[in-house]
Design a binder for this molecule. Sequence first.
Ligand code: URA
Length: 239
Amino acid sequence: MRLDKLLWKNGLASKKKIKQALQTNLVTIDGQPAKYLGQNVDPALQRVFMNGKQIHDNSQVYFMLNKPKGSVTAVSDDTHPTVLDLLKPEDQREGIYHIGRLDANTEGLLLLTNNGPLGLRMLHPDQHVEKTYLAEVNASLDWRAVVRFDQGIRFHDGTRCRPAQLQILETRIGYSLVKVTISEGKFHQVKKMFLAVGAKVTSLKRLTFGPFKLDENLQTGQYRPLTPSELESLKQFLD
Ligand code: URA
């Protein structure tokens, strides 16, 4: 949440007092003086001190979900179940949302949080967060597809993708099992990249997202809070 909101919730009643606290270095985040009022902070991830006293606040939540096929990545939908419908009532916190999108028929790793600015930061094009997918396609692929992915696929409409890594795990006539790693998030990107090399994706599962790996113990449709070490790796996406 914004630093000024956190300080306000913890007793600094006016904007003037909050500004003074910052100017006089009375607020520190992980040992460093706080920089500006709109800074995104989370006392569950960072040590926030005000006037020498640590602020504790567990109102922000972070979950890893193994998204099942059939659920849509939307906060609400009139006709389809959403990924938020998979949460227990006590975890359906105000403002919770999914970081990024997966198609309805894609499964795998999805992060959910009510930390508003975090998603924007993780998805910002400058971050080039890597995502790895396991895909099945309806064609036999060879080294030529690997080279095309490495050089940056061009969609049929001319859009150019950043270089991507394609690893062929299995291939035979009319079928390939592959892993693909991309570092951007264009609409239907993976499916369109394979169409550009003449293959249709028949199944797609996200395995990684930045520093996060899909927990193999999560059945499809299950979720869990992020572990302390996963929370630690979120810090790079705060201010
Ligand atoms: N690329 C796609 O085409 N679909 C997804 O769900 C994710 C990436």
